[in-house]
Ligand binder design. Structure first.
Ligand SMILES: NC(=O)c1ccc[n+]([C@@H]2O[C@H](COP(=O)([O-])OP(=O)(O)OC[C@H]3O[C@@H](n4cnc5c(N)ncnc54)[C@H](OP(=O)(O)O)[C@@H]3O)[C@@H](O)[C@H]2O)c1
Length: 316
């Protein structure tokens, strides 16, 4: 297989390129090289996607292309240069207009102009809808994979890794909301392997790319088992109390990852992995994923802040 990865120097796209090299494929990563080196064994085709596509891109006779872009202009120029390849476009479950439902419709309105996500992060889902449409309209054949929360070794977002690292420390653990809240994650290694299956089989269509949905308590038990921590001593705290305390949901400094406001986000972490599994996705247990996250960066609640919130909860 002759594979072109648009990206290849960061988290998911790098894992895709790494695994493709390991399979013995002929792999080229087209990117600037600003996020890091391309994996050993892959070729680097220097391209800043703000610039016109280099001739080598169109001349490559690629069997498949994997693209992770968020910007419609980048999707347009790449599809124009690479119409004949089988496209594997990495989108997101954030394309859905109703996060309270796991249904695969309706979609957000497409945002066809590039938006700086640092200025307006809300444009992410709409731009991904526009990118999907560009690929679907322009490529000779394509599949759109819509991942949920991607986790695992090397995750630069510092979200999921909070839990393996927190549970491995032991002691009383602040847990958000209800133990029954449904959550799901997909390991970057499983997702990358599956994207290569989609490329090789020339699978077409649109598929959610998600892990097994499970109650948060079950996921945290799995995480604890993966880091050999024993059953966690969880104290479940109402989300309204967390909000009063200024604890943020989902991501970022001071946040508790895996917590999303309910029921507004009930659907976002409960999509159906069945169709993807039928199309070749293989999912590892969350314990395996947790074990690989002990060295990943964490951006979340600090231990000091967690202790303060727990103390305030007990004193209320
Ligand atoms: N993280 C999640 O939980 C999550 C959930 C759902 C969906 N997703 C999707 O999953 C994908 C993740 O992709 P990823 O981990 O590979 O990281 P990414 O940050 O989406 O992509 C980074 C890659 O794009 C390249 N790139 C960025 N700007 C470029 C430019 N102007 N010209 C050429 N190349 C450029 C980077 O290379 P250089 O900087 O080296 O040029 C790098 O290799 C994305 O599609 C994201 O929307 C993520």
């Amino acid at each position: 297989m002759k594979l072109l990865v648009l990206g290849g120097t960061r988290f998911l796209s790098r894992e895709v390129a790494t695994q493709a090299v390991a399979l013995g494929w002929d792999v080229t990563c087209a990117c600037r090289g600003r996020s890091g080196p391309v994996p050993e064994g892959a070729a680097h085709l220097a391209w800043d996607r703000a610039e016109p596509a280099p001739a080598a891109l169109a001349d490559g006779a690629w069997d498949a292309v994997v693209d992770v872009t968020r910007l419609p202009s980048q999707a347009r120029s790449a599809v124009a240069a690479l119409r004949e390849a089988h496209w594997v476009f990495v989108s997101t479950v954030s394309v859905y207009a109703d996060s309270s439902s796991p249904a695969m419709e309706p979609l957000l309105e497409p945002v066809t102009d590039d938006v700086d996500l640092a200025v307006d992060p809300e444009a992410y889902g709409g731009m991904k809808v526009a990118c999907e449409q560009v690929v679907q309209a322009g490529a000779a054949s394509c599949v759109v994979a819509r991942p949920g929360l991607i986790v695992g070794p090397g995750d630069p977002t510092g979200r999921f890794a909070y839990w393996p690292q927190r549970l491995s420390r032991g002691g009383e653990v602040l847990a958000p909301g209800s133990p029954d809240d449904t959550v799901q994650v997909i390991d970057v290694r499983d997702l990358a392997a599956w994207l290569l299956v989609l490329a090789e089989r020339r699978t077409t269509g649109v598929l959610d790319a998600v892990g097994t949905p499970m109650p948060l308590a079950e996921m945290l038990d799995g995480v604890a088992a993966g880091v050999a921590a024993g059953p966690p001593a969880l104290t479940w705290v109402d989300t309204s109390f967390l909000e009063e305390q200024g604890v943020e949901p989902w991501a970022g400094e001071g946040s508790l990852p895996l917590w999303l406001p309910r029921p507004a986000y009930d659907g976002m972490l409960s999509h159906d992995p069945g169709p993807a599994i039928a199309a070749g996705l293989r999912l590892r247990p969350v314990a395996d994923t947790a074990d690989g996250c002990l060295d990943s960066p964490v951006v979340a609640l600090t231990p000091e802040r967690e202790a303060e919130v727990l103390a305030a909860w007990h004193e209320r």
